[in-house]
Design a protein around this ligand. Sequence first.
Ligand code: 5GP
Length: 137
Amino acid sequence: MTYDNQNIFAKILRGEIPAIKVYEDERTLAFMDIMPQADGHTLVIPKVPATTLLDLPADDAAYTIQIVQKVARAIEKALDTKGIVLMQLSGEAAGQTVPHVHFHLVPSSIHDMRQHAAQMGDQDKIKALAEKIKQAL
Ligand code: 5GP
């Protein structure tokens, strides 16, 4: 699929719009979701331009999932959560709204999560949660 380099996550990666970051290395970025489905909702993205999971080169997929695991551990430690939902919407038909592949880490239960991309979170609260997660990394 053709990659749209004007998508919001591409802009975050280029530093054109801000994000509350928790982790970054040369291949991945983890940052807080602006409309969290639970406190601590974090997104992990590979830096390579790929729209869906199916567009992601296998070695980037393998690397990114290791960072997903690393951030999940930090979330669990920082927020003392009992479980984390790992969610990946691949393609508009699945409900994907931002066309740069990303992994959602939602510290909640599938039965309790708030609606997807529906309501802006409290930015100060999100920043405080991000600090805790960063410290646990
Ligand atoms: P998708 O529907 O593509 O799986 O998920 C996109 C996610 O990105 C949603 O959970 C939505 O809340 C989040 N999101 C949308 N725009 C922004 C933004 O500008 N910044 C951040 N940090 N998250 C965003």
